[in-house]
Design a protein around this ligand. Structure first.
Ligand code: AKB
Length: 339
């Protein structure tokens, strides 16, 4: 008998931390956690099985297929945008090859179970692309189906995988005997930059905001790598996790799309710096611009339009910039760095 479970890849990453905790608390479900690195000790007790391995290892995927009956797969493993620019081929292998492998696992599972397997795919504002600041500023808050011209490897990978997920859900083997059957229920969110109190991100390009805040809380100086007027959307990690659990529990008939924008607030780097200084007046935050990373952020939208998510699955963030800092980020960071 195969064991019923849910699978989380990239389980030890920033988002995996929050998701494992939330899913453990919400459901009486066995979580299989897969990551390249060992799971944090704090999370180990919350999962049924912890696997250290690579999503590109086909024998590991086959082993999972044989041992478990997954009713949902949360595929979080990815190489983020800055890392992907340094290693584009590795990024393609992991971000595209890895996703294809997990989609195939989901199809196998859906076929054998006779019901579609829910598949969560975190996408990103990196799927959008503007040629320059004028175009970005003119466009303002953009909806899902416009400006999808990514100029980063990560954005290309994410956009293609969004399309792959849509294809696997609606057209997989469309010329075959099973052409009317749906094996996966693909649901994706395009995340803005995410700010967590628990972990400092690395290898992303939206990292200047969380890095600035963590440095201030630790009492360390920080040089922001983008200009002060740089603006893209952000949200807190608890809202990101809340969004994942909300879209995954929404009735399928309520979802009019496979991919949704969500966002909470969109401060410029300087607006955020000023807010950080209100809480940490001694913070030493300056600017040392890295032109190449600046161009990447300049190609991402000023803000996104999340009205479809609000309509279809009643998405509404708990945190704005004010209460996100006051009620969540600042108290938790002060506690974490108090010694
Ligand atoms: C990154 O910077 O790579 C990510 C993203 C914007 O998706 N945080």
């Amino acid at each position: 008998m195969r064991k019923p479970a849910i699978l989380i890849t990239g389980a030890n990453g920033e988002m995996g931390h929050g998701l494992i905790t939330a899913l453990h608390a919400r459901n009486n479900v066995s979580i299989v956690a897969l990551d390249l690195n060992p799971l944090d000790k704090a999370l180990s007790g919350l999962v049924y099985e912890e696997l250290i391995g690579n999503i590109l290892d086909q024998s590991l995927i086959e082993q999972l297929n044989g041992e478990y009956e997954f009713d949902a797969i949360y595929h979080l493993a990815a190489l983020l945008s800055t890392r992907a620019e340094f290693s584009p081929r590795a990024a393609h292998d992991v971000n595209v090859g890895g996703t294809l492998s997990l989609l195939n696992l989901a199809v196998e599972q859906g076929r054998s179970r006779g019901v579609p397997v829910k598949f969560f795919f975190p996408s990103s504002i990196a799927v959008y692309g503007f040629s320059g600041l004028d175009a970005k500023n003119k466009a303002g808050a953009i909806p899902e189906d416009s400006h999808r011209n990514p100029s980063t490897m990560y954005g290309c990978n994410k956009l293609y995988c969004e399309h792959l997920g849509h294809y696997y859900m609606h057209y997989f083997q469309r010329l075959g005997a099973d052409n009317n059957r749906c094996f996966i229920d693909f649901r994706s969110i395009r995340f803005p930059g995410i700010i967590s109190s628990k972990t400092i991100p690395s290898a992303g390009t939206s990292d200047y905001i969380p890095e600035m805040l963590h440095a201030a809380a630790k009492g360390e100086p920080y040089q922001c790598f983008v200009r002060e007027d740089t603006q893209i959307p952000f949200m807190t990690m608890p809202d990101a996790i809340f969004a994942i659990t909300s879209i995954m529990s929404a009735p399928a008939e309520d979802l009019s799309r496979t991919v949704y924008n969500i966002r909470s607030f969109a401060p410029s780097a300087e607006v955020f710096r000023q807010r950080v200084l209100e809480y940490f007046p001694q913070a030493d935050i300056g600017y040392h611009i890295t032109e190449k990373r600046q161009k990447m952020v300049d190609s991402w939208p000023l803000d996104t339009d999340d009205s479809k998510a609000r309509e279809d699955w009643r998405w509404k963030p708990v945190h704005g910039l004010d209460n996100g800092l006051k009620d969540y980020l600042v108290p938790e960071l002060k506690e974490m760095y108090k010694d």
